[in-house]
Write a protein that binds this ligand. Structure first.
Ligand SMILES: [Zn+2]
Length: 113
């Protein structure tokens, strides 16, 4: 049985590369991507390609509280070995208890954490 997972995967960093022709700097996927974190997919759609968030105002907050600077065009897969364990635990628990409102708005860290 497949369960729909309303979380996308994101990374906390990207690398910067310089274009050889126009010398512009642009973000690329990091050589060492680290853990994949989960965040609430408020659009309901999956992005078609990586989305690089280059300004602090754009950063997304993962379930574990990490600042995400790359949105991957993939769902967060709790069973993935590279999945952040804290995000995994929170995602699995929320899905198990079906906290529907939590799935449709951005996650906020409770003040008492
Ligand atoms: Zn995480």
């Amino acid at each position: 049985m497949t369960t729909s997972i309303p979380y996308l995967a994101g990374l906390t960093r990207f690398d910067i590369e310089r274009d050889r022709n126009n010398h512009y700097l642009y973000p690329i996927l990091p050589e060492d991507p680290g853990k994949a974190h989960a965040f609430v997919n408020i659009t309901g759609r999956r992005p078609v390609e990586e989305d690089y968030l280059t300004a602090p105002a754009e950063y997304r907050q993962a379930l574990c509280g990490a600042k995400l600077k790359v949105i991957l065009p993939t769902r967060f897969i709790p069973a993935d070995p590279s999945a952040c364990r804290t995000c995994r635990d929170i995602a699995v628990e929320r899905l198990a208890t079906r906290q529907a409102p939590e799935l449709t708005r951005p996650f906020q860290i409770p003040a008492n954490l």
